[in-house]
Design a binder for this molecule. Structure first.
Ligand code: SER
Length: 560
């Protein structure tokens, strides 16, 4: 019988409870009030003050599963997640801690006992690394840890690791110490016969992976860089839960475990596309299954998507998922919120917040999806045109001006444009983008210095009816117009009785398109909202403003 992820998580906690550990809840994933950290990125974050001695130790043995989020760094660059099979934004870190209690011997013994005896991991697939020592710090190899591993492993599967991989520090100063990592080789036997796993440990091979890091906190790094022995020695271990599930369930991708498969199956059902048939759609499904978790847990912790700091990270993650669903799975309407139910069924027993906050999570995700989809569909069309034009012109960079229009009119963050450009082997002119940004700021400063004539009223209206949620093309009549002069440049503002154009306010650019009568088109270069009226900008007044016009939106901004 293959163990389920629920069983694996429970067995880990039960195992350490039997070894007299206090089981504690995960700390929130979203960190409030710490300027150095937006999200919990390791199990030990919540115990920092215990290691530093700033807080009294209540239990000297603790174990838990911690919700972590990593969206930066070599392996957790947001843009890489989903491309491979074993990195995530949000992941669970299983941990056991000793605060001044047991040390290397028990940590190693119990890691082995849990993995091999409880989880049934093949002993002959396991490698352990130990700290090789460092002349800089006048430290010897961690022979002690090696001795404990030797009880279980032949010498050629205990590998030395450098300071970079095998000496763990919390920061520039503070508690630190050597660590010992457990790696597992999941390759088929015929490959192992050809090349020993020892050659592939810590080499980014998707099937020779680190699953557990046992850190032995025994020094304090002083601010002058020197190490001193700590009076108490501690253990901090962190094991990637999703990777453990992959190993125990005998699959070769984290996404093939039941941690993700239920959600992936639901995505398959909604998109009518099967997982495992096509590299591009598989990546999209992995991106969505991964990002759903990060976003749902962040919202459950009270972090809504927004335009700054942690909120912006969450917005970027969600928007990346929407974009993959839109581009590769054909989702043109909100769908991610529909996956929350399955996520709750998968993880709700361990994380009660998914159950209690389900409605809020669904509502926030749905609104955010709808808002971004409106922007995306028009923006992507424009970007596709820009990309083919750039290629036809044999250029390798998209002009800053065009990147700015995408940003300003369609809410495309620079990084999204860069990502799509990169997928098409193009770069982006970042400097040009900054120049445009600055120019826009000047424009809004100048906007104050304009002269307006009186309105000429053709027909009376109280408000402009907005039809643009359903129609991007309607018949309209001009209700009033006026001439505006700014820096010797003349243009006209038109108010219609009804309009498909979405009006912005406060200097942002609104919808653009044209009105047409008798084959003559007049371009609408901007749309602004002024109280109940929507004001459209044109450079030239149509010859007869009194009749019916066809009004057509070319590029709509609906990201509200
Ligand atoms: N602190 C170590 C890590 O983050 C072990 O938990 O890898």
């Amino acid at each position: 019988m293959i163990k389920t992820s629920k069983e694996i998580r429970k067995e880990f906690l039960d195992f350490f409870e039997e070894k007299k550990h206090q089981i504690v809840d995960s700390a929130p994933m979203v960190v409030k009030g710490d300027p150095t950290l937006m999200f919990t990125n390791a199990g030990m974050n919540q115990f920092k003050d215990l290691f530093l001695g700033n807080e009294p130790v209540k239990w000297n043995r603790i174990a838990d599963t911690q919700k972590c989020l990593r969206v930066s760094g070599k392996h957790n660059d947001l843009e890489e997640v989903g491309l491979d099979t074993y990195h995530h934004t949000m992941f669970e870190m299983l941990g056991n801690w000793s605060f001044g209690d047991y040390f290397k011997k028990d940590a190693v013994n119990w890691a082995w006992e849990f993995l091999v005896e409880k989880m049934g991991v093949s002993a002959d697939r396991i490698y352990a690394t130990v700290f090789e020592g460092s002349a800089d710090d006048n430290l010897q190899r961690d022979d002690e840890a090696a001795t404990y591993w030797e009880k279980f492993l032949p010498a050629d599967r205990i590998l030395n690791g450098s300071k970079k991989d095998n000496f763990w520090e919390m920061g520039e100063s503070g508690p630190c110490g050597p660590c010992s990592e457990v790696h597992v080789d999941l390759r088929p036997q015929n490959e192992i016969d050809k090349l020993s796993g020892a050659e592939l440990v810590n080499k980014d091979h998707p099937l020779v992976i680190e699953i557990w890091n046992l850190v032995f906190i025994q020094f304090n790094r002083k601010s002058n860089g020197n190490l001193e022995d700590l009076p108490d020695k501690h253990v901090d271990t962190g094991m990637g839960f999703e990777r453990l599930c992959m190993v125990v369930q005998g699959v070769t991708s984290n996404y093939d475990t039941d941690v993700f498969q239920n959600v992936i199956a639901e995505i398959g059902k909604l998109s009518k596309i099967e997982y495992g048939k096509n590299e591009k759609t598989d990546i999209a499904m992995r991106v969505i299954a991964d990002h759903l978790r990060a976003v749902a847990f962040a919202i459950a912790d009270g972090q809504l998507p927004s335009n700054n700091k942690a909120g912006y990270v969450i917005r970027r993650i969600l928007r990346r998922a929407v974009r993959y669903g839109y581009t590769f799975l054909g989702f043109k309407t909100a769908f991610i919120f529909k996956l929350v139910e399955v996520l709750k069924e998968t993880m709700g027993d361990a994380f009660a917040e998914l159950v209690s906050q389900q409605n809020l999570i669904e509502k926030v995700i749905k609104e955010e999806e709808e808002s971004f989809l409106r922007t995306l569909s028009t923006g992507i069309k424009l970007l596709d045109e820009i990309i083919s034009k750039t290629k036809t012109d044999k250029k390798d960079t998209i002009q800053g001006k065009e990147v700015f229009v995408l940003y300003d009119t369609f809410g495309f963050p620079l990084d999204l444009t860069e990502l799509i450009a990169r997928e098409n082997s193009l770069g982006v002119d970042e400097n040009g983008f900054k120049v445009e940004m600055e120019a826009q700021k000047n424009r809004s400063r100048n906007a104050a210095q304009q002269e307006t004539d009186d309105w000429v009223e053709i027909r009376k209206i109280e408000q402009t009816e907005f039809l643009g949620y359903d129609n991007l093309e309607t018949e309209i009549r001009i209700a009033r117009y006026r001439k505006v002069t700014q820096k010797k440049k003349t243009f006209y503002q038109l108010v219609f009785d009804q309009t498909p154009f979405y009006g912005e306010s406060g200097g942002q650019v609104g919808d653009i398109g044209y009105i047409e009568f008798d084959g003559v088109k007049t371009s609408i270069t901007d749309t602004q909202k002024e109280n109940n009226l929507t004001v459209h900008l044109v450079e030239k007044l149509p010859e007869d403003p009194s009749g019916f016009f066809k009004a057509v939106v070319n590029y709509g901004r609906r990201d509200k």
